[in-house]
Design a protein around this ligand. Structure first.
Ligand code: ZN
Length: 355
């Protein structure tokens, strides 16, 4: 429900209450839900009473009165408020419409020195292919794959079958198939494999094939498939179990900094993507090139040293007083701010609201 709709609803409720009050009986004026407000009558001669005067307070938006007429309004005009506030802000910062807009910053946290490190197991992914059901049929002439062993990620298995991949420059034999079948065939190779094949495969998250490469042929015992797309260098990622995510405060889409290996060839990897949700077992997936560079193998321990949250900071609550401070500093209302009704009015009047 928008603010305008809320205002409209409040007005309708107030009207209904007023109507009922009048209909009940003119004599029973004391039986209404609110006592009649006691206010000094506005002076006829002076247009604007002093601000401390009760008459200067517009009670109409606080509680409706029984008197069905427009309550007298003695607020300064909006135009006058704008002029006064602009005058007060003059000389302090640029005018509001030229104010710089800060981009929303991502929160970066560094593990404090001495804090217990978050350690995870490394799983090295060798080159492999995920096949669609129809491609399994084409390559092997059968409807399903034969599991050889279960992988760490629940439900996934390495199959006994394997294929060859032919590229423009070279060929890879015995490429593993990871089952079960997927919606779209996807070949995940290391950068050095791409060089062997002679294709320019982009680094991409698994399943994100928008920019993926093609131009290779999958060769099975019963058939061949020319891939037009689906060849990627899988982005390094951390599969995260739900319970660990809760414990460590990481969420799907976060980016981690992870230190792998020991000694002179230890490597710190940046932008390690968190993939969380049901059906993930916590494991850091590196490809063969990355693992070799850091001198690590499957089962080794890696340490998460810093992380970036994918979630933007909490939305600030902005009051009317904050709006005045913003205007004085020549700033605009942050685009993600939650505004109180009076703050919204003031921000609109000052022209520093972008909505
Ligand atoms: Zn993975």
């Amino acid at each position: 429900m928008t603010d305008a709709e809320l205002d409209r609803l409040a007005e309708l409720i107030a009207r209904a209450l007023l109507d009922r009050g009048e209909a009940s009986a003119p004599m029973a004026s004391r039986a209404t839900w609110l006592p009649s407000p006691v206010r000094p009558a506005p002076s006829e001669r002076v247009a604007e009473p002093p601000v401390w005067s009760g008459a200067a307070q517009d009670l109409g938006d606080v509680a409706p009165t029984r008197v069905r007429q427009e309550p007298p309004r003695f607020r300064a005009s909006t135009a006058e408020m704008v002029r006064a506030t602009r005058a007060a802000a003059a000389g302090k910062g640029p005018p509001p419409d030229r104010a710089r807009r800060e981009p929303e910053r991502r929160l970066t946290r560094q593990r404090a020195a001495g804090a217990p490190s978050v350690d995870v197991h490394i799983g090295v992914s060798n080159r492999h292919v995920h096949l669609s059901a129809s491609d399994v049929q084409t390559l092997f002439g059968s409807a399903s794959l034969t599991p050889a062993r279960q992988l760490t990620q629940p439900g996934q298995f390495a199959s006994t079958e394997s294929i060859a991949v032919q590229g423009p420059k070279g060929r890879l034999e015995g490429v593993r198939i990871v089952g079960p079948a997927r919606g779209e065939t996807q070949l995940e190779i290391a950068a050095s494999d791409a060089a062997v094949l002679g294709v320019e495969a982009p680094v991409a998250a698994s399943g994100n094939l928008g920019n993926s490469a093609g131009g290779v042929t999958l060769v099975g015992p019963m058939g061949r498939i020319e891939l037009r797309r689906g060849v990627i260098v899988a982005a390094r990622h951390l599969h995260l179990a739900t319970s660990d995510g809760r414990r460590w405060g990481f969420r799907d889409g976060d980016l981690l900094v992870v230190r792998c290996g020991t000694g002179p060839r230890a490597v710190t990897f940046h932008d390690v993507l968190v993939r969380a949700g049901d059906g993930h077992a916590t494991e850091l997936h590196l490809d063969a090139d990355e693992a070799r560079a850091a001198g690590v193998k499957t089962g080794d321990i890696a340490a998460i040293t810093a992380w970036q949250s994918a979630v933007v900071q909490k939305r600030p609550l902005v009051t009317e007083r904050d709006i005045l401070h913003l205007a004085r500093r020549g700033e605009r209302v942050p685009p993600n701010a939650i505004l109180t009704p009076s703050a919204r009015d003031r921000a609109v009047a000052l022209g520093i609201l972008d909505r």
